[in-house]
Design a protein. Sequence first.
Length: 198
Amino acid sequence: MLPKFLTALQATAPDTLASQAHQLSQANATVLDELLLGFWRAPSDEQFFAKAFLQPYGRWLAETGAKPVDRMIGTGENRCPFCAGTPQLAILKLDEPGAEVGSRKLLCSLCLSEWTFRRVVCASCGEARAPELGYFQAEQFDYIRIDVCETCKHYIKSIDLTRLGLAVPLVDEVAAAALDLWARERGYAKLEMNLVGL
C-alpha cells in the first residue's frame, strides 16, 4: 500500500513534499521495507512518510486489540501502554460529570490511544518539582497551553476539553502553531512533533 500512498501524496501534497514522495516512490521494495521497519522499531518524528503511513495502522491495531510486535523501544509511565509510543499531546478532561478537576491523558503519537498521566509531571523526563514546571497560554487559545519543563527543556501541548469540549485535540494542536513558535524561541523542544512538523 505504500506506493499508492506515495502516489496520492504526489498528486495532492505541496510541491516539496510531493517531490520527496516522488523520489521515494522510485526506490526499490527493499528500501521501502527498511524505511517502514526502521520507523516501527525506532520511531522518529522526523520520518514523515513512515509516520504518516503507519499511524493509521497503529490506530487500527489499538481499535482491534491486536498488540503490536517487534517494537524494540522503551517503556515507562510516559510511554503508551499499548504500543510504547511517545505522547503527541496532552488532553485535560472531566472523567465524570460534575467532577471539579479534570484528569490528564496523554495521546500516543503512533496508535492515538489515550492513557492517564499525572497532571503536574513532565511527560518527557518525569520531573515533578513545581518550580521546574510551567506553562504558557495565549489569550486567543485559552483552551490550549504549552506545558514546559526547565529540567529537560521539553514541552508538550495540552488541549483543555474542560474549557472547550468541542475541541478536536489533533486538529486544534496544529491550529495553535503560534504556541510552538513561542516555545521554540525560548529554547524548548517539543516532545513529539506532529505530522505537520510542529
